[in-house]
Design a protein around this ligand. Sequence first.
Ligand SMILES: [Zn+2]
Length: 475
Amino acid sequence: MGIKIYNSLSRQMEDFVPLNPEHVSIYSCGPTVYDYIHMGNARTALVTDIIRRYLEYRGYTVKLVQNLTDIDDKIINRAAELGVSAKQLAQQNGDAFFEDSQRLGIHPADVHPKATEHIPEMISLIQTLLEKGVAYVIDGSVYYRVNRFDSYGKLSNRKPEDLLAGARVEIDERKEDPRDFDMWKAAKPGEPSWESPWGRGRPGWHIECSAMAMKHLGTTLDIHVGGEDLRFPHHENEIAQSEMATGSTFAHYWIHIAFLNIDGRRMGKSEHNFILLRDALDNYPTEVIRHFLISAHYRHPLDYNRESLMKSEGAFRRLSNCLDALKKYDGQLATDETTTSPLQHAVQEMKSQFTDAMDTDFNTAQALGAIFTLVSEVNRSLSAKNGTPPAVFAQAYHALNETCQVLGIYDAEAQDRDGDNVEQRDNLINLLLEIRQDARSRKDWDTSDKIRDRLKELDIEIQDTREGATWKIVS
Ligand SMILES: [Zn+2]
């Protein structure tokens, strides 16, 4: 069986056939950097990361492009509130986005284009659309003429009437049709602006993504990913602009990631009910947050609450205890090719269930189910001492490590590094205590106190007891 993707465009499950049999191109709409990202944004970023990791696991090379929208009304307004420049605010929040993504274990995209660094590409795309009669200029702004694109509404499955009724269309008397949207906004006083054939101004949000996607991935890409809220009008408009400009299909597969809810409502900045990713990462390990965010299939809503995170915490503990126990079998080779044991069967079963689940529209919830079924089997075999050959435990260890790495919910190397770091820290503190003891025997109280006080500043508290000095970490 090959990979199947639920294509938002056809509203059907489809066989995944990339343009090039070995390479996959993915464009993901990145954040508008006016603030830190919240857990809802993190869900979209994480699912994209896992789709990419899984495609690589299945042998594809992937080129992922994820943009940063670094010029936008929200950025301009927030910068004005804070009394900083839009550029400065976008830079700070862009840096924070990369920092948060890295903490969540998200691999960087191959290209992270910034809108402000692609103005010439946007201008030339708009010019093409003007030449084709699909756009018009009013007072230095350029609008897209929606009625020229017959398939407008194909992604969001809206008929022209619905588009008018349902959409929050900007009231602008100057537009030919209320559905028309701006690709270039004439400069307003005090706002950042760029030179263009229509006077100074700045790009609209939709043209940014069309231009950056096609610049870095060509006129047709395999997969376009984004949050559910971007389907209309953002993605609909991306299609309209790109397909009218090139005459080619813009993206073959559209993947939309459902909302993260909190108290039954969508988590969002406008709802004032969000949890910042960085705050969540201060309270829970990366693997726990990742486990939680993929514990539901990406097309299903997921509810953020303490119980769910505690469940993910428990799951992570079970997983790491199991892998810790299995680790000593790592490197055990099978001595007898014909060895069969129930655990060996369970390992094979897990691998094929994992692949089936992920092949079926990246069903991470089911993939986790397969992994944790094997964890239970391993624990049973470990405690039963029923003569499971060490080589089979080694197989289980490898299979779990490999699949967990695709999901990023356990990283054996990082765990080892953490373990090594802790050991090294302990050795260093003990060394300082020895030096302090030597100083005390020389009655060098200055050195002794200095070591105690400086360690205290690092939250390490020394206690002098009859048996010698001990230490503990305080916070
Ligand atoms: Zn976009």
